[in-house]
Ligand binder design. Sequence first.
Ligand code: CU
Length: 127
Amino acid sequence: MKKFLIFLFVVLVFAGAAFAKDYEVNKKAGSFDVEVRIDKNPSVVGDNKVTIEIKDALGKFVSDANVELYYFMPSMPSMNYTEDARLEGNVYNATIKPTMGGDWSLDVKFTRPDKKVHKVTFSFNAE
Ligand SMILES: [Cu+2]
């Protein structure tokens, strides 16, 4: 019984840690690594802080890009919003404001001084 309780405790601690964690997804855009973090998981109807980290093929932070977020509900494409991200240190920050609960799609579009446009698509859930 004692062993089982310890096991249960460990499971609950890990489950709690998993739920408390930020939403975090990594994707490739050509040779770039794009990481998106949202400060809430699931996101909420209202303000959610998004942090975007872009690294080049050498693993260096890309801090000369123009980063724009476009998010919409795939089931209701008329629900769509655009948000510019601001460079703060090595990362880009923005606030997204889903207007209802459900599944959302998030495009991170970034343009570098060479004018090339890169895009990565993520999905997230709002409650
Ligand atoms: Cu909707």
